[in-house]
Ligand binder design. Structure first.
Ligand code: DX5
Ligand code: ZN
Length: 221
């Protein structure tokens, strides 16, 4: 089962000096979710923001907050992020030896439970967890930075879509990294239904609203 495709601007590429105004622009232009990239400087070689940023976003938008946790031991932070107003909490499979337990913990906090995989992690590593996840996030760059070159993993996305269909699982299939007007149609065709975009929105020649409109055109089915 696929959903009506959604677009999630990633605030990693935003100008934080006017984030509130930019989030309003995103919402008015038709953004569906807001993607928040949390990095710890250990699991990924970059350090960003914590639950305070989620709480700040929550005060200026009522869009769902799609929080991507690129951190070691994410289970120690879940409660803070849920309390800050996260709608969904996505943990990396590579950081969670007890992934099923971690997803149950997220759900018990009232949030949607997501699982992310790095470009080098195989689709089959997800097999046992698919029935328990609300969202699967396929990284199409190595996590850590915005504006990187897209890695064409459409065969893996196709494979995961087939696995979800085979068990009639309702999880979203999200893609993150290098999503643009050029790559979004390929990802849509492969079965993705949630699209994260940073640079393609916040660095678009026609501004944030122009970037959102351009991408929405590409993912509208
Ligand atoms: C990368 C982050 C992405 C990033 C995408 O580690 O998970 O969400 O913001 O940025 P773009 O769309 O510029 O590749
Ligand atoms: Zn992300």
């Amino acid at each position: 089962m696929t959903h009506t495709p959604v677009l999630a601007p990633s605030i990693l590429s935003a100008d934080f000096t006017h984030l509130g105004a930019d989030l309003s622009t995103c919402q008015q232009a038709g953004a569906d979710w807001i993607h928040v990239d949390v990095m710890d400087g250990h699991f990924v070689p970059n350090l960003t923001f914590g639950a305070l940023m989620v709480a700040a976003c929550r005060r200026v938008t009522d869009l769902p907050l799609d929080v991507h946790l690129m951190v070691e031991k994410p289970e120690t932070l879940l409660e803070d992020f849920a309390r800050a107003g996260a709608t969904g909490l996505t943990v990396h499979l590579e950081t969670c030896p007890h992934l099923h337990r971690t997803l149950q913990q997220i759900k018990s906090l009232g949030a949607q439970a997501g699982v992310a995989i790095n470009p080098s992690t195989s689709a089959w590593a997800l097999k046992e967890i698919l029935p328990f996840a609300d969202l699967i996030l396929v990284m199409t760059v190595n996590p850590g930075f915005g504006g990187q070159k897209f890695i064409d993993l459409t065969p893996k996305i196709r494979e995961i879509r087939a696995m979800l269909t085979a068990i009639n699982a309702p999880a979203w299939l999200e893609v993150d990294g290098g999503v643009s007007e050029q790559t979004a149609p390929l990802l849509l065709e492969a079965g993705a239904d949630a699209f994260v975009a940073g640079n393609a929105i916040f660095r678009h020649a026609e501004g944030i609203a122009g970037g959102i409109r351009a991408l929405k055109t590409k993912i509208t089915v």
